[in-house]
Design a protein around this ligand. Sequence first.
Ligand code: FHN
Length: 584
Amino acid sequence: MNAHRSPWRLSILAVALLAVTALAVQAQETTERRDARMKWWREARFGMFIHWGLYAIPAGEWNGQKVGGAGEWIMYSGQIQPDEYEKLAPQFNPVKFNARQWVRIAKAAGMKYIVITSKHHDGFCLWDSAETDYDVIDATPFGRDILKELADECHRQGLKMCFYHSILDWHHPDYLPRGEGSPRPWDKRPTEGADLNRYIDHMKAQLRELLTKYGEIGVIWFDGGWEHSPEELRSEEVVSMMREAHPSLIINNRIQIPQDFDTPEQQIPATGIPGRDWETCMTMNDTWGYRKDDRNWKSTEDLIRKLADIASKGGNFLLNVGPTSEGLIPAASVERLAQMGAWLQKNGESVYDTTASPFKALPWGRCTQRPGKLYLHVFEWPNGLLQVPGLKTPVKKAYLLADRKRTPLAVTPYPDFVGITLPVQAPDPVDTVVVLEVDGEVVIDTSIRQQADGSFELKAADAVVHGDAARYESGPERDNIGFWTKAEDFVTWDITVDRPGRFEVEVTYACEPAAAGAEYIVEVGGKSVSGKVADTGGWGAFKGEKLGVIEIADGGLRTVTVRPTAMPGFAVMNLRGVVLRPAP
Ligand code: FHN
């Protein structure tokens, strides 16, 4: 072995050792260390997303014509050549940009972190990057480092600064694919000499800038990785560099490898994402980047209830603003954020640092919790008595969270629910939070009760799904257990039998022709009936099928199981529910 290694060989060896070490360190992260790293993020629950860049100038129009789609996608939707789009840079002069004002708006809204587009798909950088002149310092008359001003203000006001960073780059000459056969056939730039690996090196260098120039950074929010595999993106290598450069960093799941949290977009997963940290990102109207014609604003009521819904499922809410080319957050956004902040001023304890609801579903609203406390978010105010289904833990005290005096509310235990006597009028028609102080571990009897006619209605939304493929799909067209692509997955319901006897079993499901043929059993207390999934005409074409009679000889808690026994196709079925009806 040559004892005299040349300097460049030694530096490659050093980098390789560093990467291996960093990977080893990351691989060894203990649960405790990860929980510590994620703590602020899990407690925060609510953040501001900011989509801002050159696209705020056209704001949805190009050459006097409206261009459809999100504002930040105008370069793509308008099939604008990069050299044409670049002409926006000398026009970018957001003289009304005021970082202190932006952070104050976020803070007053009750947001705990800000995620801003350092670079979106158009490739334009909002910071002073040594890696390119296509940035706010070198290419615009504005000449100020926007990310630095925002980061300094976040650190000053106590919010976490986080950066969105697009892997997809419609401008950089080394980013591929482009041109014929790519998603951007109109991009006429030659591809000869373009080198994706060199682009990844460039991206790594820019990420290192973002992680070392602006103090403590909370999250790198990747996006636009969908055109490449993790191998092509060198994802593990990039992430390893980032974690070595910024050990406290949190990274989302969009560099094509899972990392720290999932990112459902424009939707709230019906049952959250059990076992994963997750954050719903959502626009306040229909566009991320500013569009002058987009006035489809969500109401404050809707936004507050979405925040409560997301928190009740254990997730974070990243709510977007799209500032104008002048540097102003649209007034409609500012108004809604102030109203959300006013609600959080009174009710923040029921959102921040809470965990998911112990209930499967509540007909009148949502629930969040902290040790010893249940926060009942009442959307639909009852006439006097709020019914809390299945709660078995003794309630020590009940009161309205917004009531500083904590005037006690009457608590009455009933066989199947706990009743809370409420004022006739809802103090907050959007979301009034009722606090239940409870003794010890929260125990909820989630079993399905027998209806007056003796039947049991077992709905998909109330099922416990066992396995990692099948999951509940919400919405009127679905409302079923779907994605049932593994025969080992099964579903159960707990039922409380007050009136034993013989029950006719009826199953309601949908199945497309290609997946028909699966076989399954419905089993209760060791007895079962079987069924074979027929083609019903499609995943949304639900039909009922009677399978026969099962005897439940004794009362008490029982479990109903639907379990596949054969799956010749690629899925079992879309199961909407099971009814056990007293047999004649
Ligand atoms: O293409 C982007 C889009 O412009 C926006 O940034 C959203 C926000 O999460 N992400 C991508 C679409 O999924």
